[in-house]
Design a protein around this ligand. Structure first.
Ligand SMILES: C[S@@+](CC[C@H](N)C(=O)[O-])C[C@H]1O[C@@H](n2cnc3c(N)ncnc32)[C@H](O)[C@@H]1O
Length: 426
């Protein structure tokens, strides 16, 4: 197995993070966009426009069917300001939220969608303290996520624990200097000293997400996704590994020279999760949480059955359906009644594609738009409010999550609590 985690993240990579600007909410709200920022461009005219994610590079242009957008025009703009394409179309420039970033980044596998990821993080009941409040020597909170996939849940987990970690050490940016060689100090090169300070910082982290994928390609892509969000603000809380849970756990226990469990939380989002329940039990601390995410309830049932049959030390806490209560986006905006009517009439004009009767959700909504416009036009010419759920939005995500608590090994001799159904049968 190749592990590309703690050891594989080189000081050069960490250096990038140590010189990053601040991207916490408090400091980015009014900042001007700079080269290297990832921004979200939304077509000003189309309310439902999902947006385009663009990484700003001064010499580049982004091509759209509404003309090209020069990045140089976007650099220096503040959030919500307008930029214009070569065909005169206006786009508003935004700082993408985590949800927008996850939804719009190119993907190799289906991620856990933001609404589901938020619920999972909440169910995991993660609580970390700031480094100043945690006595030195306390073991860190260690979370295992397998598989990494797109890195979507990884980012949400990292956001939840990030505040437990000290800032990265200030590293000497020797890569950008003219000196061809490292100066040597007391027999140690600056590179050695930097590696040592990274190791000290690493050992002092209060919380870590270990994310594991069998596919090196997925892991590499997910690392880019994590590194790309606000200049990698959460990257230092994540260690990427390639492998499967069984070999990774065996290797970790060997490297730590212990048989003591070291994980507080484990999240499995991979096919055949039931095959790993046993090995996970050897690394999960007593009272720690195991969560299994699966699109099908039958696979959750297989885990429940395996735990019962093999008398594994887990107590089922809850099984929750995700995506059942969908988060519906609403269209809330002020309109000028006559302008709205004119727009609706234009859509109805001969040659306009929306004139035909349609039963699909999006075109059906246009008929309602006209009714609404006519209604509004009866009132005086002043601003009025449109408030309604957005139609035609695809509902994505969903699945099931089951949560178990690890039991005391001493309780293994106890027979696991029978399910209510088993009690009825007895
Ligand atoms: C559906 S994706 C996970 C999506 C991820 N949770 C997210 O939010 O982006 C499943 C991942 O599990 C990985 N995988 C499959 N079998 C595995 C195994 N035995 N061990 C580790 N990872 C595995 C796949 O390569 C794939 O990337």
């Amino acid at each position: 197995m190749r592990c590309s985690g703690a050891v594989a993240r080189t000081s050069a990579q960490l250096q990038v993070h140590s010189i990053r600007r601040r991207f916490a909410t408090s400091s980015f709200l009014r900042r001007a966009f700079q080269e290297g920022d990832v921004v979200l461009l939304k077509d000003k005219k189309t309310a439902n426009h999902d947006g385009l994610l663009v990484k700003l590079q001064a010499a580049k242009q982004t091509h759209t069917h509404r003309g090209n957008l020069a990045h140089a025009d976007m650099i220096g703009k503040e959030p919500r300001q307008l930029v214009h394409s070569t065909r005169g179309n206006a786009y508003r420039i935004h700082e993408p939220t985590l949800a927008e970033y996850v939804r719009l980044t190119p993907r190799l596998v289906t991620p856990i969608y933001p609404a589901d990821a938020n619920l999972i993080v909440s169910l995991l009941d993660l609580h970390v303290d700031t480094p100043s409040n945690s006595p030195n020597g306390n073991p860190p909170v260690e979370i295992l996520e397998a598989g990494t996939g797109h890195g979507a849940l990884t980012l949400h987990l990292a956001r939840a624990i990030h505040a437990a970690n000290p800032p990265l050490p200030k590293l000497h940016n020797y890569a950008s200097e003219q000196e061809p060689e490292d100066p040597v100090y007391l027999g140690e090169s600056i590179a050695d000293l930097q590696d040592a300070s990274i190791e000290t910082w690493r050992a002092n982290r209060g919380a870590i997400v270990h994310t594991l994928d069998i596919s090196g390609k997925h892991s590499k892509h997910a690392r880019k996704i994590v590194d790309g969000f606000r200049h990698g603000m959460y990257a230092s809380s994540v260690d990427f590994h390639v492998g499967d849970p069984a070999s990774w756990i065996t290797e970790q226990l060997k490297a730590r020279k212990t048989v003591d469990p070291f994980l507080s939380h484990v999240l499995l989002d991979l096919p055949g999760a039931d095959a790993y329940l046993d090995v996970v039990a050897s690394a999960l601390q007593v009272n720690g949480l195991l969560a299994v995410f699966n699109p099908s309830i039958t696979q959750i049932a297989e885990c429940v059955e395996k735990i019962r049959k093999d008398r594994m030390p887990y107590l089922l806490d809850q099984v929750v359906e995700l995506g059942a209560s969908t988060i519906r986006e609403w269209d809330v905006r002020a309109v000028r009644p006559r302008a709205t009517l004119r727009q609706a009439e234009q859509k109805d004009a001969p040659g306009s594609s929306s004139g035909a009767e349609s039963i699909d959700a999006v075109n059906g909504q246009e008929g309602r738009d006209k009714e609404l416009a006519q209604d509004l036009a009866k009132s005086e010419e002043k601003w009025a409010m449109v408030c309604r759920p957005k139609a035609g939005q695809e509902v994505v995500g969903g699945g099931f999550i089951a949560l178990w608590r690890k039991m005391e090994p001493a309780n293994l001799s106890e027979s696991p609590e029978p399910s209510p159904a088993a009690r009825e049968e007895a």
